[in-house]
Write a protein that binds this ligand. Sequence first.
Ligand SMILES: [Zn+2]
Length: 236
Amino acid sequence: MKRLAEGTIVFKDKVFEPNKNFFQPLSQQQHPVALMFTCCDSRVEPTIITQSPPGTLFMVKNPGNLVPKYQVGVKSSEAAAIEFALTMLNVHHIIVCGHTDCAALKALLNLDGLSRESSIYQWLAPHTDVLEALEDQRDTDDCLNELIRRNVIQQLQNLTTYPAVAQRLAKGALHLYGWKYRLETGETMLIDPFSCKPEPLSAVIAHLEEEARPKMTLAEMQRQVSEAQAPDDISI
Ligand SMILES: [Zn+2]
């Protein structure tokens, strides 16, 4: 915990202060580029893997990067986040990003091994439909990797059950993307919603819309800081 606490001081002194012109307007408003659903796994850090500074991603993290299907009158933090992102922040892009070695999806493969009373069981149990398309090889890494991809696509389908999502998709005012982050290599792949196969994001970058905002990546922010500070003082 000491390093976490020390990190807050390093951030304030060595990152925030030299980049005040960037951070201070964020204290008044936010205009995130995308709503991202990803896993609460500590190794999956969307701002790092997309090299995005604060203010870019409106994020929901939960075990297994799941999106509960829309149900009238049922409360969920996911539903509230979708509504907020679309109606208050006017976000036009939603990403669901899974990752390799996902413990939540390993648990989904072995749901019968969990107590019915466990919170993990109750969170995962409504999402077993994604298992139906899997081939009967539940103990292999291939099976887990297929599940990770199919789960991403299933969550994109679940998103379309939300009226606010469906309406904007119909108007062409919203775009959905399935991604998978590989912990082993640092790569993020695009998951084809039809074939469920991964392809490098680099293959589609040319077709993506450029954000209407000043370009500021974490690397650029870090470089600016390094010009004023000793390199080993920097910690992002
Ligand atoms: Zn996970």
